[in-house]
Write a protein that binds this ligand. Structure first.
Ligand SMILES: *[C@@H]1O[C@H](CO)[C@@H](O)[C@H](O)[C@H]1NC(C)=O
Ligand SMILES: *[C@@H]1O[C@H](CO)[C@@H](O)[C@H](O)[C@H]1NC(C)=O
Ligand SMILES: *[C@@H]1O[C@H](CO)[C@@H](O)[C@H](O)[C@H]1NC(C)=O
Ligand SMILES: *[C@@H]1O[C@H](CO)[C@@H](O)[C@H](O)[C@H]1NC(C)=O
Ligand SMILES: *[C@@H]1O[C@H](CO)[C@@H](O)[C@H](O)[C@H]1NC(C)=O
Ligand SMILES: *[C@@H]1O[C@H](CO)[C@@H](O)[C@H](O)[C@H]1NC(C)=O
Ligand SMILES: *[C@@H]1O[C@H](CO)[C@@H](O)[C@H](O)[C@H]1NC(C)=O
Ligand SMILES: *[C@@H]1O[C@H](CO)[C@@H](O)[C@H](O)[C@H]1NC(C)=O
Length: 545
């Protein structure tokens, strides 16, 4: 896709964390037409926060632009703040787009608040360059398959250095690079909670990287926790202190295998590959033969030269949400078993879809300067040069972790290893805290991006927290609709109830067509288009309201 321009221990003496506690957010209509696409009621507001929470002298501030998706039941019980991950994903648009589902999952009684985290969208976006030629160079070289040969690895490493130079010399890096770290975003979230005119306590719902922000939040402000759900968990220890996010990709390969296995048990007509009279292992072997063939014979698809890295990125994107598997299985059947010209036509379709929908689906198509800025600034470690055993070990370990993902995510580590900025503040505790109220951690059994083990790791550190496990496939339980997951999530938001220890929620077969609308039908809520109000009936019946 086109490069997205939108896209407690440290210094504790310095902080006046509760600064500006008198500020209060004024809510009003949003700018004309900004959220035209939504059916729910939305308001906007702004809050001024310090640019640099660690400085005693600077009085520079930044404006957070906030959006609030109003609860169908008013007056609401307060608001829940959101983060959808990346890092680098702006929150405002997602909050409005996903809002209706989150309203249902929170019982319809909470407002939902989002602001773009620093470095993204409307909040001091981190920009490396606006120069189209330079962007073109970054795009054409990044995210190529890197470890197929030593030369490619070396090239990727030096490319990352050049990218860092571009960010240093162009764009606004020197003005923003130090200020976009996660600890500052956590303080922004608390500033919003304090200025929301409620109880000043933290209600927060984070997905994917949003769980790292969430783990940081509850560790920095354990006494402020009212209700927090962290869904699709990243290992926050590795996020900050390792050279790569190894653990994130531990289950990616096995979930790719599971795609083929579950294809063969899918209901008739739901998986195109099942008609081929092949075993799951044979299907997977053939798919890999196709992927590998692109190393030596890449395919021209419109304006994109498709190589194995791009196809692997596409596949990784498809593993996020099984709702796409019907289409994915038929596209893959054509790629692997069709003629070359059929394959090229299919790739053109895939590339066009990816360009139309933005970053969703094809992880590898984006230059991700705001991801680098946030993640690399947060990282506490660097690497000296390409020619050290340590560097070699990092990339080899990533490669060993996943055949599907290992090499396409190495550029992130290469950029972070040579990144010129460090976040002005970082949380460097161990995430072992006792929160005021228990946190709910959530994960699917099979998550290609954030494995269940990371959720268990976080749960072990947060005293009193509970784990919601949904026996489904996809990235975060939000992407895996189930009645049991719905009931557990609603019970937590309405009543603070944690799932029974060891309880695992059942979910439908991944190739069955099943969405949150179906969940609502099953629990008797009816039609998703009229969802906000009707969502409440079964909850009333269950005595939650
Ligand atoms: C949104 O709606 C307003 C009022 O109807 C209209 O003027 C505006 O052009 C629309 N904006 C978009 C982006 O569609
Ligand atoms: C911020 O600080 C500078 C220098 O200390 C001062 O000149 C300026 O008036 C201050 N601005 C505000 C809004 O307080
Ligand atoms: C950016 O900041 C660094 C460190 O302060 C400085 O060495 C470098 O010259 C600055 N670069 C530009 C282009 O301003
Ligand atoms: C399916 O494959 C098996 C083993 O390769 C073969 O014996 C069988 O005849 C095939 N069935 C059909 C319908 O092609
Ligand atoms: C990667 O896997 C190879 C082969 O199993 C092994 O020899 C090597 O030690 C592994 N490297 C790392 C860094 O884990
Ligand atoms: C969590 O993960 C970190 C990083 O891999 C590890 O050091 C730590 O021991 C783990 N904690 C638990 C309880 O497994
Ligand atoms: C609400 O919480 C109370 C106390 O924690 C518990 O006994 C009750 O079963 C919960 N109700 C629901 C509907 O989850
Ligand atoms: C939901 O409501 C819409 C509009 O009222 C209607 O067209 C649709 O058929 C309904 N769907 C179901 C599953 O009832």
């Amino acid at each position: 896709m086109a490069p997205s321009r939108s896209l407690l221990t440290v210094f504790s003496l310095l902080f006046v964390a509760q600064a500006c506690s008198s500020a209060k957010i004024e809510w009003g209509p949003c700018q004309d037409g900004e959220f035209n696409f939504t059916l729910t009621e939305v308001q906007c507001g702004t809050l001024s926060v310090p640019l640099d929470y660690t400085s005693k002298v600077s009085n520079q501030s930044i404006e957070l632009e906030l959006v609030k998706v109003l609860a169908p039941v008013q007056p609401s019980r307060g608001s829940i703040q959101l983060n959808f991950g990346g890092p680098g994903v702006p929150t405002r648009n997602y909050a409005v787009a996903v809002g209706p589902v989150l309203q249902i999952l929170s019982g319809g009684v909470y407002d939902l608040i989002g602001f773009d985290p620093r470095g993204t969208g409307k909040t001091i976006p981190f920009v490396c360059t606006d120069d189209a030629f330079t962007i073109g160079q970054m795009l054409s070289e990044d995210f190529r398959s890197t470890l197929e040969s030593d030369t490619m690895g070396r090239r990727m490493w030096e490319r990352a250095r050049v990218d860092a130079n571009i960010c240093l010399r162009g764009g606004n890096g020197n003005k923003t690079g130090e200020f976009v770290g996660t600890a500052f975003v956590a303080r922004d979230v608390m500033s919003v909670a304090e200025a929301a005119g409620e109880d000043g306590l933290l209600r927060y719902w984070g997905f994917s990287y949003g769980t790292t922000l969430g783990a940081t939040l509850v560790s920095m402000f354990p006494d402020k926790v009212d209700k927090v759900i962290l869904d699709g968990v990243q290992n926050a220890h590795e996020y900050y202190h390792a050279h790569a996010d190894y653990e994130e990709w531990t289950d990616s390969d096995s979930i790719f295998s599971y795609f083929f296995e579950s294809c063969l048990t899918a209901p008739p007509g739901r998986c195109a590959l099942s008609a081929l009279n092949k075993t799951a292992a044979e299907l997977e072997r053939d798919a890999w033969a196709f992927i590998d063939s692109l190393n030596t014979a890449p395919m021209p698809a419109g304006t994109t030269l498709v190589d194995s890295a791009i196809v692997k990125g596409y596949i990784l994107g498809q593993l996020k949400y099984t709702g796409t598997w019907l289409l994915f299985s038929s596209l893959l059947a054509t790629l692997v078993y069709g003629t070359r010209s059929e394959a090229i036509r299919t790739l053109e379709f895939i590339v066009e879809e990816a360009e139309a929908t933005g970053e969703l689906g094809v992880d590898s198509f984006d230059i991700q300067d705001n991801l680098w800025a946030i993640h690399c600034g947060d990282r506490t470690v660097r690497l000296d040069s390409w020619e050290t055993q340590e560097t070699e070990g990092v990339f080899e370990r990533l490669y060993n972790t996943s055949r599907l993902v290992g090499d396409i995510v190495t550029p992130i580590s290469a950029h972070c290893a040579q990144w010129p900025w460090r976040a002005k503040e970082s949380y460097d505790g161990d995430f072992n805290v006792k929160t005021r109220k228990p946190v709910l951690v959530a994960s699917n059994t099979r998550d290609s991006h954030t494995p269940l083990r990371s959720a268990k790791n976080l749960t072990a550190g947060l005293e009193g927290s509970g784990l919601l496990e949904v026996k489904a496939t996809g990235h975060a339980t939000l992407n895996a609709p189930s009645v049991c997951g719905y009931l557990a999530t609603v019970a937590y938001w309405l009543n603070g109830t944690l799932p029974q220890e060891g309880r695992v929620c059942e979910a439908p077969h991944p190739f069955v067509d099943y969405g949150w609308e179906d969940v609502l039908m099953e629990v008797g809520v009816g039609n998703a288009t009229a969802v906000q109000r009707r969502a409440l009936n079964p909850l009333k019946r269950r005595g939650w309201l």
